[in-house]
Write a protein that binds this ligand. Structure first.
Ligand SMILES: [Zn+2]
Ligand SMILES: [Zn+2]
Length: 158
C-alpha cells in the first residue's frame, strides 16, 4: 500500500464531496472518496494538494490562475513517485488545454477580438478599442463577459 496522501498532509482540511477542487477561500481540499481507489483519483487529489502546498490564493487574475495551474502540475509531478501515483500526460495536457481555452474566451475583446490582459481579478480593458468588460471568477462556470464600457468609437459617436 502506498503512502496515504490525506494522512500525510494532516495540516490541510480534506472534505469529501462531488469533485476534486482546492477552495483557496476556505482553505479546504474537496475530493471524491470513491475515486481514491484508482490512480486517476489519487492524481487529482495530489494535484489539488499541490495547489494548497504552493499557497495558491483565491483572488488573482486569469493569467495568474493559468500559471498557478501549470505550477500545480509541476508540483504534482514532483510528488507523484512518493505516493506511487502515475502521471497521465494526456490528462494533464487536457486540463491545461481547457484552462487555456477558458482563459482565451475571457480575454478576447468582444468587439475587436484582440487578446487582452486583465486589469484586475475580473476586469478587462481592450488596448485596441478601449472596450471594458467584467468576467465571472469561477473556473467551473461557463465564461460570460459583461461589457461595462462600450468601445471608444461608439462612445465618441454617441
Ligand atoms: Zn489545478
Ligand atoms: Zn477591442
Amino acid at each position: 500500500m502506498s503512502l496515504d496522501i490525506i494522512s500525510h498532509y494532516s495540516q490541510f482540511d480534506y472534505l469529501p464531496g462531488t469533485r476534486f477542487a482546492y477552495d483557496a477561500r476556505l482553505d479546504i481540499i474537496n475530493y471524491v472518496a470513491d475515486e481514491l481507489k484508482n490512480n486517476a483519483g489519487r492524481l487529482a487529489l495530489l494535484h489539488e494538494t499541490s495547489h494548497a502546498l504552493l499557497g495558491h490564493f483565491h483572488f488573482s487574475t486569469d493569467i495568474e490562475l493559468f500559471f498557478m495551474e501549470v505550477a500545480a502540475w509541476h508540483k504534482t509531478a514532483e510528488l507523484a513517485p512518493k505516493f506511487k501515483v502515475t502521471l497521465n500526460k494526456r490528462y494533464i495536457k487536457n486540463c491545461l488545454n481547457s484552462y487555456d481555452q477558458w482563459l482565451t474566451e475571457r480575454a478576447t475583446c468582444p468587439y475587436c477580438q484582440n487578446f487582452c490582459l486583465p486589469q484586475s481579478a475580473h476586469h478587462y480593458r481592450c488596448f485596441g478599442c478601449e472596450t471594458e468588460w467584467d468576467v465571472t471568477t469561477d473556473r467551473d462556470e461557463v465564461v460570460s463577459q459583461t461589457i461595462t464600457k462600450a468601445p471608444i468609437a461608439q462612445r465618441l459617436g454617441a
